[in-house]
Design a protein around this ligand. Structure first.
Ligand SMILES: Cc1cc2nc3c(=O)[nH]c(=O)nc-3n(C[C@H](O)[C@H](O)[C@H](O)COP(=O)(O)O)c2cc1C
Length: 337
């Protein structure tokens, strides 16, 4: 029996966020006491994606370590890469609690955290203190009170600060918990944002002598036409990667369950089909021109294989860790070898 199997029933007695905080504190402590495995990636199938060498294709999805405060402890799970954030230029408290709910019967989670984070300067300091030398993605967003018309300024401000520390940067335009954020996935707003980010990246590449790849993270709730238009914009702006997907505002697969009607984004098993469909559509439009990172509803090796079959080069997990613990990472790395 693994440590996680012992702890899970205790954690599941707590409310969602208390459990999340307790699990991270326990993990940090276990890491300090050298009770975790070494903070090195598990040996798996190495892949080169976005010009980066990944020791294995299994990553931690954004949102679990928003401030990069647990990097070394999380690295002990053996991930091929970690994505920290979403971080915003200024610190912000996020939405009032409760804002994180488990739906165990559906192996799902609903959250409306609202980008609670300590701000980009705190994240940069945390990364500076970590010993991790593996692949590190940094996921950036906008403050809740920055008008949507000025959103690009927030993304550019974050990009500048995280640039020297990031293996890649992910622009999150798909959280359902920041008002109007998902408008940035379409039309002129998307064009403006991508233009600003790519411009700034050219300037930063010249300063730092290193071209950091930029990926964009999409929602699972996009219509076919919006996916096609976004894919074209990504090609036009030479986006380096696409992360599909974030949480869904739909409630398919959870009707009648406790918490099912809570406002927020649904993740875990019920988002898998939608996420896979977006992935497959992107793959159909792009035909390999931009690499895809598949995330949403991976709770088993079979789920991860479906992501690769739909066109993903890498996968990420979040909710699966809540239900399966760190053993999931080992299982996925072994299965994708
Ligand atoms: C509690 C929670 C917080 C999240 N926060 C973020 C976030 O800050 N930024 C982001 O891009 N995605 C965030 N996500 C979305 C996940 O990264 C992932 O895209 C989504 O949960 C689907 O994957 P899963 O089914 O493996 O959880 C969050 C998810 C959860 C459950």
């Amino acid at each position: 029996m693994s440590l996680y199997q012992v702890l899970q029933p205790l954690l599941f007695r707590l409310d969602g966020e208390t459990s999340h905080d307790a699990a991270l504190r326990a993990l940090d402590l276990a890491h300090k006491l050298h009770l975790t495995r070494p903070a090195t990636p598990l040996t798996g199938r190495p892949v080169r994606v976005m010009g980066i060498d990944f020791p294995n294709p299994v990553g931690l999805a954004a949102g679990l370590d928003k401030n990069g405060a647990h990097i070394d402890a999380l690295a002990s799970f053996g991930f091929g890469f970690l994505e920290i954030g979403t971080v915003t230029p200024r610190p912000q408290p996020g939405n009032p609690r409760p804002r994180l709910f488990r739906l165990p019967a559906a192996r799902a989670v609903i959250n409306r955290m609202g980008f609670n984070n300590a701000g980009v300067d705190a994240l940069v300091a945390n990364v500076g203190r970590s010993r991790h030398r593996g692949v590190l993605g940094i996921n950036i967003g906008k403050n809740f009170d920055t008008p949507i018309e000025q959103a690009a300024d927030d993304y550019v401000a974050c990009l500048r600060k995280v640039y020297p520390l990031a293996s890649y940067v992910a622009a999150n335009v798909s959280s359902p918990n920041t008002k109007n954020l998902r408008e940035l996935q379409q039309g002129d707003a998307l064009d403006r944002l991508l233009g600003a980010l790519m411009n700034e990246r050219e300037a930063l590449a010249a300063i730092h002598g290193r071209r950091v790849p930029i990926a964009v993270k999409l929602a699972p709730d996009l219509e076919e036409a919006a996916i096609a238009a976004a894919a074209e914009a990504f090609v036009r702006h030479r986006v380096d990667g696409i992360i599909a997907t974030n949480t869904t505002i739909a409630r398919d697969g959870v009707a009648g369950l406790r918490h099912a009607e809570e406002t927020g984004g649904l993740s875990g098993a019920p988002v898998k089909e939608k996420a896979n469909q977006v992935l497959a559509r992107l793959h159909a439009h792009l035909g390999g021109r931009i690499p895809l990172i598949g995330v949403g509803g991976i709770l088993s090796a079979a789920d991860a294989r479906e992501k690769l079959a739909a066109g993903a080069s890498l996968v990420q997990v979040y909710s699966g860790l809540v239900y399966r613990g760190p053993a999931l990472v080992e299982e996925l790395v072994a299965a994708l070898r």
